[in-house]
Each structure stands twice: as structure tokens, then as C-alpha cells.
Design a protein around this ligand. Structure first.
Ligand code: FAD
Length: 422
């Protein structure tokens, strides 16, 4: 299984081994330190929104699905009771950009429009759409104080095994893959993964990249739950204690080719998603260096800016970045870009259908972070500034992928000590 982790990542000039080396030695420890800081650990999130697509009546009864919300006085004063708009203003050197005021999703018919236009109007449309930020919103973050959103401490609610599984969880993944990926016979990435090879060989680069990003996120979630599994020994049962740690069987069943032929491909996709988010960070570096990381404590905010700057220095030096300039090169791909954005936007909304609060929380954070990365990667021009939730979710999403890759080292050791080829 891990022999395959020595090959190329595919779709970028990078070896799996060099990604793991960079991550484990350089990025992972720095991100861990950063994500403990107040600016990054507290997020305002709405976990009570209704599922917009179907009646989601499955509620997780497992106590590990529960999210422990924050008391108001826990949250740093500079973030407490700040409306998201003024909160963003703390990050924003100038006033809000016009593009941010265009409601996301407002371009839903533009894809059809361009085919019916005259060549001159098409050219105008192409030019205009190059400058329309609303085409580049991949996510909606519903954190207004007026709704049911609340502050959550991510450190107190770590992503780990919750027991959320079966039909409810499958329905979410099915809906993501079957309805919100490109599901024609040549391009489908069915949950069984049987058509992955077809995707790799025949599909256009953009759709393949999109599938791989989603699959990599899925791999990361399943790696975490295998790595932080509830291991209840006789002692724990007796004393009512909890013990969280790696579950080798869970990992084997999901990723070893003897049990899951697509396992190694899915592990590659994890590295691929990591590389895409890493590149987004490098590209957004000038914007992130200007951000204020406002929490109300001058010394804390300056330290966070220093930690971020150090991470950006390291990320900029990474030699084999994912090359987004290979995507959407042809002018006729503009419609595809818009379709991909809409489909991804839907995926972020599907998170409101996840019936386990803990999974919903981390699902929202990670899809929002990936959405920010896509916005940065696919924008013809860098945005003037990123909103607080975009910065927080981007770093936290990368932190999740980074921890997944880091945990593979431990699984590698555990597998070989259990007699499995690694
Ligand atoms: P699933 O992971 O449910 O996958 C469904 C099908 O998709 C599989 O049969 C397989 O064919 C295919 N598939 C699997 N992995 C990939 C991949 N990487 N790429 C492409 N196809 C794939 N559980 C927790 O314990 N803790 C969590 O924090 C958590 N968070 C979640 C967040 C979200 C948004 C969702 C939807 C689920 C979450 N879950 C979580 C549940 C978890 O992801 C699994 O759904 C659950 O463990 C059941 O796993 P499974 O083996 O049945 O296959």
C-alpha cells in the first residue's frame, strides 16, 4: 500500500514522498502551533440551518456527535459579539469590495447565456466575467449574529470518530458524487470508485482535478476517524474513561488494496488536495501578509501575523507547486468553470444535511476552506482581501489535510509491526 506512496501524485510535477517530507518536517508543526491561536480556533458557525435539499430527519444519538458551543466570555473580546461584516472590516485595509456585495449564486444562468450570444457579445461576456467576483464565490458562510450561529472552539471539538455511518452518511456522499460531480458515463466517480480509471484517462483535466479534490477531502475525513478512533478497553468500560487512538483495522479496510482496490488512489488524492490548498496559500500570500488577525489583543495579533508570515515563507519555497495555470486555458472552458463553481457551492450547502453536528462542523469548515482555495486559484486577479472566515477555514482545512498526511507515518509503522507490507 505504502509503496504506492512513493510514486508521482499525478496531475502535478510532484512526488508523494516529497510532499510528505515537506509536510511532516516543515509545515505540520508550524500549522499545529498556529491553529492553537485564538484567531484560528474560534469560528462562528450555524449548525442549526435546515437541509435545503431533502428532509433530513436523521439525528445522531451518539454523544460523540455533540458539539460543545462557547460561552460568550470564552471568546476573545475583540471577536465577541462582532457582526461578521465589521469583523471582516478588521481584516480589510480599505472598504468592502463591490464584488463581495454581489449575492453568490446570482450567475446561475450565465452558462447557458454565452452560447446564445453573438460573437461580439460573447467576447464582452468573457471579458466581463473575468472581472466578476460573484463567479468566484465557491461557498456561502452563514455566520450572521441574527441567525442561530454560535461560536465554537475547534480545539475543544476535534474531528475524530463519531459513529456517524450507514445510510445517512452514504446519502451525503452519494449526493456529493452523483449529483454534484460530473456524472456522465465517461466521467462518473461512483462511490465504488470502479470508474476512477476512466476518469483518469479520458476526462478533461478540470473535471478530473475537481473529482480528485473532493475524493481527497473524503480520504482526509476517513483518515482522521481511523486515526482518532474510540478505543474502549476493559479498563475504560469499567472506569467510564475514553481513549482515542489509531485503529489499524479501520484504516486497512478503507485504504489497503487487499480490501479496497481504490484505497491507494484515494490516498494519492489526499496528497493532491493538500497540494492544491498549499498552492492557494502561496498564491494568496500577499493578501495574507496584509491581514490583521484581529482578536483585540495587540500582542497576540502580532504573534499570529509572525507565525503566518513564517508559514508563508516556507510554503513559497516549496519547489513543486500545483500549477493552476494549466486549468481553464481555452476560452470555451469558461462555462465549465461556472458549472464547477455551482456544483461546489452545492456541496457546501449539503453540509447542512449532515446529521452529526461534529461531522457537520468539520464538513463546513473543510468545504469552506477548499472553497476559499478554489476562489484564490481560479480568480484571474487576487482578491483585495480575504474575509475572516475565509482565512480561518483555509488554514484549518489545510491543517486537517496536513494532519492526515502526518498520521500516515504512524499507520505505516503500525501496519508493518502488525505484519502488513508497508
Ligand atoms: P463512506 O466513507 O461513507 O463512503 C461511501 C462510499 O464512497 C464508499 O462505499 C466508497 O465506495 C466511496 N469512497 C470512500 N472513500 C472515498 C474517497 N476518498 N474517494 C472516492 N470515493 C470514496 N465520521 C466520523 O466518525 N467522524 C467524522 O468527523 C465524520 N465526518 C464526516 C463528514 C461528512 C461531511 C460526511 C458526509 C461524513 C462524515 N463521517 C464522519 C462519516 C464517514 O465519512 C463515513 O461516511 C462513515 O465512516 C462510513 O464509512 P463507509 O466505509 O461506509 O464509507
Amino acid at each position: 500500500c505504502f509503496k504506492l506512496l512513493n510514486g508521482p501524485v499525478d496531475d502535478c510535477a510532484c512526488e508523494l514522498k516529497s510532499v510528505a517530507e515537506f509536510n511532516n518536517r516543515i509545515l505540520y508543526p508550524r500549522l499545529q502551533a498556529l491553529l492553537k491561536r485564538n484567531y484560528f480556533r474560534y469560528v462562528r458557525v450555524n449548525l442549526k440551518a435546515q437541509c435545503p435539499f431533502w428532509e433530513a430527519n436523521w439525528l445522531c444519538a451518539m454523544r460523540h456527535c455533540h458539539v460543545d458551543g462557547c460561552q460568550n466570555d470564552e471568546v476573545p473580546p475583540g471577536m465577541r459579539d462582532v457582526k461578521s461584516m465589521s469583523d471582516d472590516a478588521a481584516n480589510c485595509p480599505s472598504s468592502q469590495s463591490a464584488g463581495d456585495q454581489v449575492p453568490a449564486g446570482s450567475d446561475s444562468n450565465l452558462g447557458e447565456l454565452d452560447e446564445t450570444l453573438s460573437p461580439t457579445s460573447q467576447a464582452a461576456f468573457v471579458k466581463w466575467s473575468d472581472h466578476d467576483d460573484s463567479l468566484l464565490q465557491f461557498c456561502e458562510w452563514d455566520d450572521d449574529i441574527g441567525n442561530s450561529s454560535q461560536y465554537v472552539d475547534l480545539l475543544r471539538n476535534p474531528e475524530r470518530y463519531t459513529g456517524y455511518r450507514g445510510e445517512a452518511a452514504h446519502k451525503i456522499w452519494r449526493s456529493i458524487y452523483e449529483e454534484n460531480c460530473f456524472n456522465d458515463p465517461a466521467s462518473a466517480l461512483l462511490p465504488g470508485g470502479a470508474q476512477m480509471r476512466t476518469v483518469a484517462q479520458s476526462q478533461c483535466l478540470e473535471i478530473r482535478v475537481y473529482h480528485r479534490l473532493i475524493s481527497g477531502l473524503h480520504t482526509s475525513i476517513n483518515t482522521h476517524l481511523s486515526h482518532k478512533y474510540l478505543l474502549l478497553g476493559p479498563q475504560d468500560r469499567l472506569m467510564g474513561t475514553q481513549n482515542w487512538g489509531p485503529n489499524v483495522t479501520e484504516f486497512l479496510v478503507r485504504f489497503h488494496p487487499e480490501f479496497e482496490p481504490q484505497g491507494p488512489v484515494r490516498l494519492k488524492n489526499l496528497h493532491f488536495t493538500f497540494l492544491a490548498e498549499l498552492r492557494a496559500l502561496a498564491k494568496a500570500a500577499p493578501v495574507l501578509r496584509r491581514a490583521k488577525f484581529f482578536t483585540g489583543s495587540e500582542s497576540d495579533d502580532a504573534e499570529v501575523a509572525q507565525l503566518v508570515s513564517d508559514i508563508l515563507d516556507q510554503v513559497e519555497q516549496f519547489p513543486d507547486h500545483f500549477d493552476e495555470s494549466q486549468l481553464f486555458r481555452e476560452r470555451d472552458k469558461i462555462r465549465l468553470k461556472s458549472e464547477i463553481r455551482e456544483k461546489f457551492f452545492n456541496i457546501t450547502r449539503i453540509m447542512d444535511c449532515v446529521g452529526c453536528d461534529k461531522c457537520r462542523l468539520w464538513g463546513k469548515v473543510q468545504t469552506a476552506g477548499l472553497g476559499t482555495a478554489l476562489k484564490v486559484l481560479f480568480s484571474p486577479n487576487l482578491p483585495q482581501y480575504l474575509r475572516r472566515h475565509e482565512i480561518v477555514t483555509l488554514f484549518n482545512a489545510l491543517g486537517r489535510l496536513s494532519e492526515s498526511i502526518y498520521s500516515l507515518e504512524e499507520f505505516k509503522g503500525l501496519l508493518s509491526s502488525n505484519g502488513w507490507a508497508a
